[in-house]
Design a protein around this ligand. Structure first.
Ligand SMILES: [Zn+2]
Ligand SMILES: [Zn+2]
Length: 170
């Protein structure tokens, strides 16, 4: 009978999605959509499977998770102006195509997903954000989802800081 490629003792019941080694459950790292919850999609090379051996996890999966977590941290720092704030943002550049998210569970999720896309495109601000809650009737059960859009832009933080400290007596 074959043995797990990692621990070489247990019976393998799973397969690594990258090197295709037969591995046992206790030697498997599981990765699924929830790991990349706020990303528009799972990184390409991780789409085919959700199970990985330790080796592939270390060399291929963990760097993707780190990249995701760094972008998520950046996304949380993104400045957000919604569509009602066009007065504040009237001088901002609107050069980028509109980004969209669909079928989010709620407003905070739609916002962070838009911010994630903004961060991954290399911008630090999004403007003209529109969020639309749509009611969905499924038989007698009613639920809702949120669609959103925004325009990524670059905001000169030093300028904002200067504006803010304008009245500072120092
Ligand atoms: Zn094993
Ligand atoms: Zn592997």
């Amino acid at each position: 009978m074959s043995k797990c490629a990692v621990c070489t003792t247990k019976k393998p019941t799973l397969e690594c999605g990258i090197c295709h080694s037969a591995i046992c459950k206790s030697c498997t790292d599981f990765v699924d959509e929830s790991t990349f919850r706020y990303a528009p999609q799972i990184p390409n090379k991780l789409q085919a499977s959700s199970t990985y051996c330790l080796n592939c996890y270390t060399t291929d999966v963990r760097p993707e998770i780190e990249k995701y977590e760094n972008l998520l941290a950046e996304a949380k720092e993104i400045r957000v102006y919604d569509i009602t704030q066009t007065k504040e943002t009237r001088l901002f550049k609107r050069l980028e195509p509109v980004i969209e998210v669909k079928a989010c569970v709620d407003v905070p999720e739609a916002t962070i997903k838009l911010a994630f896309i903004t961060a991954s495109l290399g911008f630090n601000c999004m403007i003209d954000m529109k969020l639309k809650t749509i009611k969905i009737r499924d038989g007698s059960y009613q639920t809702s989802e949120v669609n959103g859009s925004a325009i990524p832009t670059h905001l000169d933080e030093t300028k904002v800081m200067r504006d803010r400290s304008f009245s500072d007596p120092n």
